[in-house]
Design a protein around this ligand. Structure first.
Ligand SMILES: [Zn+2]
Length: 152
């Protein structure tokens, strides 16, 4: 039993690392490529890394589905980045560019932009826990996350 470790993907090489929970906040590095497992910045979600982040990582993962032509998406981007800085390493923050990754956007049935998805990874795979459409100010976004993950 590994109740005291968290399995998570490296944003650089996608290796699956197993990190002791007590060391999660100590700037853990990837066992394969030795780069930081958390950089303080959202990671681009792609068809190539979705499995590693969504189905093989045991963390909550927050997805921002956006497009370059979408004004509200651009205004929400700094809010998402600020939440990432506050909530890593407990959460992973992922950006889904719906124009660059249309198949992934279709899998998530993205109908309007931006759409924010709260995802929970687990050893058995992962599942969506909540979603909301439309940009939110930072306090409301943080509240929504806390409620989605049962922390509030
Ligand atoms: Zn790595």
């Amino acid at each position: 039993m590994d109740a005291d470790t968290t399995q998570l993907a490296c944003p650089h090489c996608l290796a699956i690392n197993r990190v002791p929970d007590a060391r999660l906040g100590e700037g853990p590095r990837c066992g394969r490529c030795h780069q930081p497992l958390f950089t303080g910045q959202p990671v681009a979600l792609t068809a190539g890394n979705a499995e590693a982040f969504l189905l093989r990582s045991e963390q909550p993962a927050v997805i921002d589905a956006w497009a370059g032509w979408c004004g509200p998406c651009r205004s929400f981007a700094p809010v998402f980045a600020a939440a990432c800085q506050r909530l890593e390493p407990q959460f992973r923050f992922l950006k889904l560019d719906t124009e660059a990754e249309p198949q992934l956007a279709a899998q998530f049935r993205i109908q309007s932009l931006p759409t924010l998805i709260a995802w929970q990874g687990s050893r058995e795979g992962g599942h969506e826990v909540a979603r909301i459409s439309g940009a939110l100010p930072l306090p409301q976004f943080m509240q929504w996350l806390a409620k989605a993950y049962g922390l509030a």
